[in-house]
Write a protein that binds this ligand. Sequence first.
Ligand SMILES: C[S@@+](CC[C@H](N)C(=O)[O-])C[C@H]1O[C@@H](n2cnc3c(N)ncnc32)[C@H](O)[C@@H]1O
Length: 208
Amino acid sequence: MDLQAVERYAIEHTSEDSPIIQELIRASEEDLEHTDMLSGRQVGRLLAILIKVSGARRVLEVGTFTGYSALTMAEALPDNGELFTCEYNKRYENIARTFFEKSKDGHKISLLMGKALDTIPTISGSFDFVFLDADKINYPNYYEMILPRLAAGGLLVIDNVLWGGEVIARESEKATAIDRLSKMIRDDKSVEQLMLTVRDGVTVVRKK
Ligand SMILES: C[S@@+](CC[C@H](N)C(=O)[O-])C[C@H]1O[C@@H](n2cnc3c(N)ncnc32)[C@H](O)[C@@H]1O
């Protein structure tokens, strides 16, 4: 089986991103060299569907980049929904803010600039839904910080859990940290989880 062709086929049979999100992708590609950081249509549509079916209202995102997944999730939230998204690289702030301001759903988004381990504690209350997609080395630390703040029945979605397959040999620090988190989740009786082989691997965790 040609896996690349299968993935292409899967993407072609997945809902398209909204016109403003397609514009955000084009703007990111024109301005930046690392647009492979964008989580992409399969992960984006998965996030949107999970937010809609779970009825989430309060969302935390760790790792904004230029705002692709933040805006995708904001579009899926009800009008009184709230999304807090954490980013520390000022280089990406301009594109993200421009598109949050331009979108009719941007009013739901608060962008917190600074290291996420410092900015997350400044947000009060609990979260119904969390998307973890920032520095892989800190994945286990984010889990310890976020899980107590996730509402019962809430969902935590983690991107890049396969890290291009490196989690199997664990020869880099990042792959080792990601693998450590996956084993913490597997052994945590307070959650149930499903690791999907979508794109670079996505784990969906539900707090019991
Ligand atoms: C993979 S990208 C996020 C992609 C985004 N979720 C999307 O789908 O477009 C990871 C982002 O996390 C940011 N990041 C890395 N370490 C961080 C930290 N300690 N605090 C806040 N942001 C961080 C990076 O600057 C980068 O923009």
